[in-house]
Each structure stands twice: as C-alpha cells, then as structure tokens.
Ligand binder design. Sequence first.
Ligand SMILES: Nc1nc2c(ncn2[C@@H]2O[C@H](COP(=O)(O)OP(=O)(O)OP(=O)(O)O)[C@@H](O)[C@H]2O)c(=O)[nH]1
Length: 311
Amino acid sequence: MESLVVPIFVLDARCRVVVWNRACERLTGVPANEVLGSSDAWRSFYKHPRPTLADLVVQGRTAELSALYDDHQRLCDDEGNLSAQSWCDMPRAGRRRYLAVDVSPIHSEDGTLVAVVETLRDMTAEKQAQIALEQLATRDGLTGLANRRCFDDTLHAEWQRALRQGQPLSLLMVDVDNFKQYNDAYGHVGGDACLQRIAGAVANEMRANDLVARYGGEEFAVILPNQALKGAAIVAERIRCRVEQLRLPNLGVGNQCVTVSIGAATVLAAPDTDPAGLIATADAALYRAKHMGRNRIGLTLDAAPAAAAGL
Ligand SMILES: Nc1nc2c(ncn2[C@@H]2O[C@H](COP(=O)(O)OP(=O)(O)OP(=O)(O)O)[C@@H](O)[C@H]2O)c(=O)[nH]1
C-alpha cells in the first residue's frame, strides 16, 4: 500500500489513521508521521471540521452523504463500498482539488468492522473541463451573462413553477437605445465593450433568484420569479438609472449618453397560456417605450394578465 501510486489512507474502527501512503502525502502535502495515530484525517482535506468519507462509514453516518458531497453512489457489489465526489480545500497543499473518493470497509470474520480503506483520485482537471463546457453551453461569450438557450430553459422552468405555486412571473426586455449609431461612431469593438458595461450594470441590479440573459444583439432579458408588475417596474427603473449613470457618451446621437428602454410584463401562469405570450407582451411594452422617446419603461397594457396577477 505504501508504494502504490494511488493515494490511500486507512482508518481503524476508532477513526484513527493507521495507513497514510506516500501518494497521499504528495496529494495532501501532509507527511504520514503527522497524521498516523490521530483522528484528524479531515484536517488534510478541509479547513473546517467535517468527516471524511471513511469517518462517515466508521461512524455509521452515511445518511449525511447527500449533505456533504456533490455526488455519491453505493458501488454495486453491495459490500458497503461507497464512492463520492466533492471539492476539498487541501489547506496544506495550498490548492483546492476536486476529489473522487472510494471507501471499502474491512470486516473481521465475525462481521465486526475493523478498518475502512479510502482511495482518492484527483479529478480537478476533469471537473474544470466539465464546468467550462457547462459555461460554454449556458453563457454568452461576449458578456458572460446567461445565453439565449439558458434563458429559454429558465423561463420554461419558472413558468412551470409559477403555474404550480400560483405566483406571478415578470419579464423585462431591455434594449439599448440608438445602438446602431453607437456602433457607427465607435466601431464594432467599441460597441462590444459598451454591451459588456451595460451587461455588468444590469447584472448588478439582480437578486439571487433573478436571471439576466443576453436575449440577442443589443437586447437583454430579465426573468423575475414571484414578482408582481409593481416590483418589476421598480427593478426596471433601477436598471434604466444604472445604465444612464454609466454616462457612456454616444457621439452618434448628439450629446446624449447611452440609455436603455425597457418593456415590463407580468402574468399569473395558467394552463391555457405559455411563456411566448409573456415575451410578446414584454416586447410590445418595449416597443411602446421606444415609440414614446426611449430611455423609459413601458409597462404591460394587457389588462387580462395584469388583473390575473392581482395588480
Ligand atoms: N458591437 C455590436 N453590435 C451589435 C451586436 N449585436 C447587434 N449589434 C448592433 O446593434 C444595432 C441595433 O440596431 P437597431 O436594431 O437599428 O436598433 P437601435 O439603433 O439600437 O435603435 P433603437 O433600438 O430603436 O433605439 C445594429 O447596428 C447591430 O449591428 C454585437 O454583439 N456587438
């Protein structure tokens, strides 16, 4: 076990470390003589007290697996072997690592647990690649906001939730004013930088449950779950002000600064309606805001959904 290339440690039936091989020393940065005999294996992996997978098995606390690991499974041989994955702080190695760990209990002939062997695999590179792929699939490359696909999926999910819970759902469509002129004055690269500043300003106004996405081109969409039209209008006004306060000059339009127009709509989801209707209502409100001179908020004029949302 000592010279195996796979990092391994073993706990006895009182959670004391009885084996800590060289590969485990290399992975954790903790020499064997510091941990052998102690019940502190966790310190090599985590900043704050919590059991290792081997501790959980020794202590019969496997009910806590879901709370402590991103993912876990019982291996199919059904001899009590478990596998789990999570991020570990690795305080002594000085770098966070994503570890996949397997544990195998060892029993005496009479069935008494005598030790638990834990093997570790460093899956950091694979996990980072997976996160990067997920980012690519859901993020807009220019602004880092959620992309259109993520917006569509989230709106659908929030719609279903609003339907189940009978709560209002609001949507803002945010469109940069006179952006063609901006591009003409500053070039496409300048236009891109402007979109990034606006994306940052919009994202700053959001709460944890809201989603801000790049809907396309110079248009952003904001999903506000469980938000009535009055609240949506307040958020919209904050976004409008925030962008105005960036004071990004738009030389293409005289002395004006870059501004946005926003269409806001709210519905109470019902089985005979769909998210496309909410988008259309917010789009119509945006169109009115543009028509009335830009740099303003358009609220839904659709009496039916407004009334249904208790507004
Ligand atoms: N730089 C840059 N420009 C973009 C991008 N996507 C769309 N645009 C530009 O955004 C401009 C949108 O122009 P219009 O649809 O006429 O809208 P507008 O000039 O903002 O006018 P209003 O919306 O009526 O205020 C076009 O010139 C597009 O080329 C992008 O990713 N980067």
